[in-house]
Design a protein around this ligand. Structure first.
Ligand code: UDP
Ligand code: MN
Length: 221
């Protein structure tokens, strides 16, 4: 297990305008990971105002900005407080939020691969990370699951994956209304996934604040 292996985790939190959530999340997560003996750095990647939220692109930026010694990553919603979640290394893409309170401690749909997901650096590089095109809410996690499946990885789910979700109103960016079906079809046909991802992710870091506990990046997309 983690105390006896030498894997280094980069835990990436996509973030904007959830001050109360991040205030709860950070100290809790730091001690939770410490209890599991996980060697980790937390990266908060905060999106500057001005455009629709883009969770997937923030996650790509976290990977690109993380220390090179991070050899696996957990992509973590800020409002998911782990109660029984194992953050140790896995070679295969692994879903960790199997039983979140916001979904009645179950899955919202059988193929759900969102909320908290783990990828080795090798997998992320093989699939070219996430698409940068999912502005607004949703579907970027499905797209990522497809990328992994297309690349020949079998998706895993780690149990119990018990999570207490912080309650919040459903927020949807008003300009989220991209043509999701079209995007999905495009990816399902493998048209552009290889030309949209980590290697085409354009952004600038506006501010970087690093403490012993975490790295906080403010970015413009
Ligand atoms: N998020 C954020 N600010 C936003 C929207 C999303 O920080 O305005 C981040 C945050 O980490 C959140 C995640 O993206 O947990 C998923 O968004 P949300 O919680 O709104 O999704 P839902 O709970 O509706 O699935
Ligand atoms: Mn949420």
């Amino acid at each position: 297990m983690s105390s006896f292996d030498n894997h280094k985790l980069g835990l990436i939190v996509p973030y904007r305008d959830r001050a109360e959530h991040i205030r709860q999340f950070l100290p809790y997560m730091l001690s939770y990971l410490a209890k599991q003996g996980i060697d980790a750095t937390i990266y908060v990647v905060e999106q500057e105002d001005g455009t629709a939220f883009n969770r997937a692109k923030l996650l790509n930026i976290g990977v690109l900005e993380a220390e090179v010694d991070c050899d696996y990553f957990v992509m973590h919603d800020v409002d998911m407080i782990p109660v029984d979640v194992d953050y140790s290394y896995a070679a295969a893409p692994t879903h960790l939020a199997a039983a979140a309170s916001q979904f009645n401690y179950s899955l919202p749909f059988p193929q759900y691969f969102g909320g908290i997901t783990l990828f080795s650096r090798e997998v992320l590089e093989a699939v070219n990370g996430y698409s940068n095109q999912y502005w607004g809410w949703g579907c970027e996690d499905d797209d990522m699951a497809w990328r992994c499946a297309f690349a020949g990885y079998s998706l895993q789910r780690r149990f119990p994956g018990r999570v207490e979700s912080i309650r919040h109103e459903t927020v949807r960016d008003k300009d989220r209304d991209l043509n999701r079906e079209q995007l999905h079809a495009q990816y399902a046909n493998k048209v552009s996934r290889n030309s949209d991802g980590l290697d085409t992710c354009q952004y600038s870091v506006i501010h970087r604040d690093e403490t012993e506990e975490r790295v906080w990046l403010k970015v413009s997309l």
